[in-house]
Write a protein that binds this ligand. Sequence first.
Ligand SMILES: Cc1cc2nc3c(=O)[nH]c(=O)nc-3n(C[C@H](O)[C@H](O)[C@H](O)COP(=O)(O)OP(=O)(O)OC[C@H]3O[C@@H](n4cnc5c(N)ncnc54)[C@H](O)[C@@H]3O)c2cc1C
Length: 270
Amino acid sequence: MRALRIIVCIKQVPHPDEAKVDPATGLVIREGVPMVLNPNDYFTIEEALRLKEAMGGEVVAITMGPPTAEAVLREAISLGVDDGVLLCHRAFAGADTLATAYALARGIESLGGYDLILTGSRSTDGETGQVGPQIAELLGIPHLTELIRPIEVEGDHLLAWHQTDYGQELLQMPLPALLTVAKGMNEPRLPSLRGKMRAKKQTIPIWGPQEIKAEPDRIGLAGSPTRMLETALPERKSGSKMLEGSMAHQVDALLDHLADMLPGKAGGRR
Ligand SMILES: Cc1cc2nc3c(=O)[nH]c(=O)nc-3n(C[C@H](O)[C@H](O)[C@H](O)COP(=O)(O)OP(=O)(O)OC[C@H]3O[C@@H](n4cnc5c(N)ncnc54)[C@H](O)[C@@H]3O)c2cc1C
């Protein structure tokens, strides 16, 4: 059985219940908003740890973000990840998904060898789902999105089930490869006391463009072909109605309510 070196990409995001957009600039407000580990990335970390436990090897987490993003690396270490590295420098600011993926790809190459790269399927703030596949393209390795069952590694290949728009597919691909992990594919563990102690003490290297040998015109705003023209938060609609009584009564009330919503059908079903 081969031991695996697994890199997990994790992102710090504003708490999903507190996300705010600056109406003047259209940018996500990060100051004063509690920042957390992207919820999807817990499934990524869990999958990496299970593979390491089954096959041996190590798991290294990488993130690009402001100095506060160090917290998500410490959280990953508290869950059992071996090491973490933070890509943080003024020159990385203003990066779109391509410039983000480029910096992460350079960072991953600077970490040395790897067998597998795992990312979340989507972040809860940008939510494009582009970063994982873009990293794979930049590194010239195969990838699949929406992993839904544990990976099986056989020699230099892996077998993995993923979700597509049309159903589920079993794919075989050579290592190294990148997989994006679907939300809910496993049950993420809680941190151990020992893990929390280790996370507090661990030294987290902070790398800038020089450490990852990045080309200046491919990072940050300079490396970002995307221009954000406008953003808007979805309108929050309240007004839910609780149905009461027996099941038959509730079904009847629901059908009446739906009938009322049909154009030209106001007044109920009967
Ligand atoms: C013009 C423009 C300017 C921007 N400027 C800024 C800015 O100044 N500051 C800023 O914070 N954002 C900025 N953004 C947003 C930024 O580009 C995205 O947050 C980032 O590229 C990730 O995209 P996403 O959230 O859609 O990730 P997705 O592709 O939905 O994320 C999927 C997975 O990729 C991995 N991943 C994503 N981002 C990271 C990361 N940073 N580190 C490690 N893993 C990651 C995670 O595993 C995640 O689960 C800007 C966007 C645009 C278009």
